[in-house]
Ligand binder design. Structure first.
Ligand code: HEM
Length: 220
C-alpha cells in the first residue's frame, strides 16, 4: 500500500474587499460609463418597510382599541303602525300604512254609454255575419279624401282607419262609446283619434264587413 499523497495546502479564505468610491458626491444617478447596466434593483427596496424593522408593520387592533359599536335603538324610538290612532295605546300590532290609492274615476272623455237592447257586442257580431250588405257598395273602392268627406252624416257615415275606409253607419248604435263619439271621425281619417282612444280595439275585425275600400291620395 502506497502512502497517501500529502494533503494539498489549504487555500487562503477569499476575502471581499469593500472599496469605497473615491468620489464623495451625493448624486447617485451619475454612473461610471463602464458600470454594469444589468444590475437588478435592490429587493426589498432600500426604502421598504420590511427593511425598516418590525415597528412599522401594521398590527391588528385589539377590541378595546376599536371604535365602540353604535348604541342599541330603544323600543320607544321605534314607531310601527303610523296609521294607528294615538289613543289606541300600544300600536305595535297595527297594520303598516297602505300604499294603495283609492280608485280614480275615469275622465268623462271615456264614459261608456248604455247601449239600447239588441245593440250589444254579440248582436253586432250576429249582424256582421248575417250576410247583409253593410258596406253600401258593391265592390271595394279607391277613396280619396274628397270622396270620404261627403260621407259625414248619421245615415251615411264613412271613416278611414289605418288606410282602410269603412262604412260605420250601421255600427253607430252598437258603438260602446256612443254614436256621438263615433261621429267625430265620420267623413275623415279617424286613425289618430281611434288610436288615442282605444288602440287595443281591433277595428279591422270589428268592421270587416263594413269595408268600403282603401284611402288614396287625390287623383291628379
Ligand atoms: C271607428 C271605429 C271604432 C270602433 C270599431 C270602436 C269600437 C269600440 C269598442 C269595441 C269599444 C269597447 C272597448 C272596450 O270595452 O274596451 C269602444 C269603446 C269606446 N270608444 Fe270606440 N270605436 C271606434 C271609434 C271611436 C272613436 C272615433 C271614438 C272617439 C273618441 C271612440 C270612443 C270610444 C269610447 C269613449 C269608448 C268607451 C270607453 C271604454 O270602453 O273605455 N271610439 N269603441
Amino acid at each position: 500500500m502506497s502512502p497517501a499523497p500529502p494533503a494539498p495546502a489549504p487555500e487562503p479564505t477569499p476575502s471581499v474587499e469593500v472599496v469605497e468610491p473615491q468620489d464623495d458626491s451625493d448624486d447617485e444617478t451619475v454612473k461610471d460609463e463602464h458600470s454594469d447596466d444589468d444590475q437588478p434593483p435592490a429587493f426589498p427596496a432600500l426604502s421598504s418597510a420590511q427593511r425598516a424593522g418590525p415597528s412599522s408593520v401594521p398590527r391588528i387592533l385589539t377590541d378595546t382599541e376599536l371604535m365602540p359599536p353604535p348604541p342599541q335603538p330603544s323600543l320607544a324610538s321605534r314607531n310601527p303602525g303610523l296609521s294607528a290612532p294615538k289613543s289606541s295605546g300600544s300600536n305595535l300590532l297595527a297594520l303598516p300604512p297602505s300604499t294603495t290609492k283609492p280608485p280614480v274615476r275615469p275622465s268623462s272623455k271615456r264614459e261608456k254609454v248604455a247601449l239600447a237592447p239588441g245593440y250589444g257586442p254579440l248582436d253586432w257580431a250576429k249582424l256582421k255575419s248575417s250576410g247583409q250588405n253593410l258596406r253600401g257598395v258593391d265592390m271595394l273602392l279607391r277613396v280619396p279624401p274628397s270622396e270620404l268627406k261627403k260621407h259625414n252624416k248619421l245615415d251615411d257615415a264613412w271613416t278611414a282607419i289605418n288606410g282602410k275606409v269603412y262604412n260605420i253607419t250601421r255600427y253607430l248604435p252598437f258603438h260602446p262609446g256612443g254614436e256621438k263619439e263615433l261621429m267625430r271621425v265620420a267623413g275623415r281619417d279617424g286613425t289618430k283619434l281611434f288610436m288615442l282612444t282605444h288602440a287595443w280595439v281591433n277595428a279591422d275585425f270589428m268592421l270587416d264587413s263594413c269595408m268600403v275600400g282603401f284611402l288614396t291620395s287625390e287623383p291628379l
